[in-house]
Design a protein around this ligand. Structure first.
Ligand code: ATP
Ligand code: MG
Length: 367
């Protein structure tokens, strides 16, 4: 699915904003504070119904206003589609696809997929394992929409087991009551681990390839490190039973896929601990680009890639490699920069350049 246009009203610093995207690369340029990141956020908001910057969504409504509205126009083989998100703090969000109300945009099969790089997303490389697990599960959901429910079922089953642990601790239930739960939990856990393993195995080759293309050397690898190596629900249930005493002591379940790790390494060393800022950035970019390659085969096509402020910490050679590769592959990308000089080839006809200043989108002419 191709994103043609963004329209936003009273979103962040914009009273009205309209942005036409190019087929491949669109470059947003403007000084600090001009409103570039706000446009990236508006695109994400319009495609997903969520902010990629904040959990406190009232921040996105323009100062002094009651509500915001973002509309995204996209096209696929069936024609044009319109997604819109209306939001007034304190009220339920109104999301529509082609005029019909929807509960959650993320559950809509026909929507443009979107993948975002923000400087704060380096947390994905630097932060706690939970951030990477959540990201991996989101990729699983984008890759195989029908499997999105597995993660939710696991979270529910785990919460129930933890509640039951608390009851056994307080004497309200006997230890035996856990056995049936353990097997139910183990069944979903095995499915979840299989999904994660399959996802990472698809990402392995493109991740290494993108690292090579972007100049991240010394054998960069992505790997799935499950906490349990059980091959069947029965084996996992047995592992849980073995650990019941320590679980009861701690009051929560200490074993299972909620403790899995997704590692990003160079020469076997964790980038999380040993990577430089630039290397962590390249690893994150390579991961997002690898995911995009894998998803490109899907009906919805490669996700729209939003790259906020990605150029500032890359050297000239790596900038050129990134832009050359984005230009040569199908799929749309938006890059923000304070300095157009940082985007190699920016004057070429296939790159749409848009100037942003003081909360206005000034020009968006495709050559
Ligand atoms: N809810 C809001 N209403 C009005 N203005 C806002 C709101 N939220 C943020 N702003 C303003 O939007 C302006 C632009 O922010 P934005 O982050 O998009 O800039 P930018 O072009 O990405 O800058 P930089 O190059 O420094 O990253 C800031 O001056 C900020 O104060
Ligand atoms: Mg910015």
């Amino acid at each position: 699915m191709r994103v043609l246009r963004l329209s936003a009203r009273d979103f962040r610093c914009y009273r009205e904003a309209r942005l036409d995207l190019g087929d491949r690369l669109t470059v947003l340029t403007g000084p600090n504070g001009a409103g570039k990141t706000n446009l990236i956020e508006a695109l994400y908001f319009g495609c997903t119904g969520r902010s990629c910057r904040t959990v406190n969504e009232r921040e996105v409504v323009r100062f002094g206003q009651q509500a915001t509205r973002v509309t995204v126009t996209a096209s696929d083989l069936d024609g044009l589609h319109e997604l819109s998100v209306g939001f007034a703090p304190g009220q339920p969000k109104r999301m529509r696809v082609d005029g019909a109300d929807v509960e959650r945009l993320l559950d809509v099969e026909r929507r443009p997929l979107v993948s975002v790089f923000l400087p704060e997303r380096l947390e994905l490389v630097k932060g706690a394992p939970a951030v990477r697990r959540a990201h991996l599960d989101q990729f699983v959901a984008a890759r195989w929409p029908a499997r999105a429910a597995t993660r939710r079922s696991y979270a529910q089953a785990l919460a129930q087991r933890n509640a039951l642990l608390a009851r056994v601790r307080s004497g309200g239930s006997g230890r035996g009551s856990l056995a049936t739960w353990d097997l139910a939990l183990a069944r979903v856990a095995i499915d979840l681990m299989a999904d994660r393993r399959a996802a990472v195995s698809e990402l392995t080759e493109p991740f290494s390839r993108w690292c090579g293309l972007l100049g991240l050397d010394r054998e960069p690898r992505i790997a799935y490190r499950p906490r349990s190596h059980a091959a069947s629900p029965d084996e996992l249930a047995a592992e849980l039973a073995e650990r019941l005493d320590s679980d009861l002591e701690r009051g929560f379940t200490g074993h299972g896929p909620h403790r899995d790790e997704l590692t990003l390494t160079r020469e076997g060393r964790d980038l999380r601990a040993y990577g430089s800022q630039g290397q962590q950035r390249l690893a994150l970019l390579s991961l997002l680009l690898a995911e995009r390659d894998v998803l490109a085969a899907r009906r919805s096509g490669p996700p729209l890639l939003l790259l906020d402020d990605v150029m500032s910490e890359l050297d000239a050679r790596r900038r050129a490699a990134l832009v050359a590769n984005l230009r040569s592959r199908p799929g749309q990308a938006v890059i923000t920069t304070t300095d157009p000089e940082h985007v190699p080839f920016v004057g070429e006809h296939d790159i749409v350049q848009v100037a942003v200043a003081d909360g206005s989108v000034l020009a968006g002419a495709a050559a």
